[in-house]
Design a protein around this ligand. Structure first.
Ligand code: ATP
Length: 261
């Protein structure tokens, strides 16, 4: 928390957080997650996940690195090339960037599917409603009529015409087991996670080591830029991206700090 007298300890409204504050993004993030828990969108486990992410973000300098930007561009190219792209939404992501997810889904023509680690009907409905309040028209995840092979019942649930059918999935803050199981189904996974050593980015075709608050709008920006590109040009962007180098660069930055090499 801040000791800045300008910033109330628990702002009632995010407009009370001055944008000029040096810890603006961090304060905004905490505020949104807190409100997410109050609205039963985010689980208590989600609070722990947020704290962990924030520590990594601090070490990364709270900015999008060059390699994370290259990953976001590769993600945009994958999404534009996809037959059926789906953006998976959990409680943290829904609380942090609902409008940004709706915008990305529109730009790349993807489905939004609520997919929870702590699966309850009430939370799925609350998240779907929250996304609708931010402009989503069709939210998947409520039917849950298919199963990801190799996972226990609760975590395996997906929609047959959503994640189950998708060829490219964006899974921000996914748990490692499910990331692995989705990979085994042959899906191209785009993972957003601030910890490059976590299993999900290690599994991903495209690991984006960045805060979801920055990464999702950044994928959208790249997708807008690439919208007129040919298939060959998009495939070249995908080819050029080096996932190992991106993970190594993120780890180096966290361990050593400073600018990229
Ligand atoms: P794994 O099973 O993949 O190894 P984990 O146990 O390390 O996962 P969890 O605590 O389940 O991770 O999930 C939280 C993950 O989400 C952490 O890796 C954390 O860095 C990341 N995270 C939290 N907040 C954000 C955020 N705002 N943007 C991006 N990543 C975040």
């Amino acid at each position: 928390m801040t000791d800045d007298p300008q910033v109330p300890v628990a702002p009632e409204d995010e407009t009370e957080i001055p944008e000029s504050h040096p810890r603006y993004v961090s304060l905004l993030t905490r505020h949104r997650i807190e409100r997410g828990v109050e609205k039963d969108i985010t689980s208590l486990q989600g609070l722990i996940a947020e704290g962990r992410g924030e520590a990594f973000d601090y070490l990364l300098g709270e900015e999008t690195t060059e390699s994370a930007d290259a990953a976001a561009r590769a993600a945009a190219a994958h999404l534009l090339l996809a037959r059926h792209p789906v953006l998976s939404v959990n409680g943290n992501v829904a609380a942090l960037c609902p409008g940004e997810l709706v915008e990305l889904a529109e730009v790349v023509d993807a489905d939004l599917e609520v997919n929870l680690f702590n699966h309850t009907e009430a939370r799925i409905e609350a998240i779907a409603e929250h996304l609708r309040e931010h402009g989503a028209t069709d939210v998947k995840g409520l039917t849950a009529d298919a199963r990801i092979p190799g996972l226990d019942h609760a975590r395996a649930k997906v929609d047959a015409d959503g994640i189950y059918d998708a060829d490219v999935v964006v899974v921000p803050l996914e748990d490692g087991d499910r990331a692995e199981a989705l990979g085994e189904m042959g899906k191209t996974e785009i993972v957003v996670d601030l910890n490059p050593l976590s299993r999900s980015p290690q599994m991903a075709a495209v690991p984006i080591v960045d805060n979801v608050l920055r990464a999702i709008p950044n994928i959208t920006r790249h997708a807008r830029e690439l919208r007129e590109a040919t298939r060959e040009e998009l495939e070249a962007v995908v080819e050029e991206f080096d996932r190992e180098a991106a993970l190594e660069e993120a780890e180096r930055r966290i361990r050593e700090g400073g600018r990229e090499k």
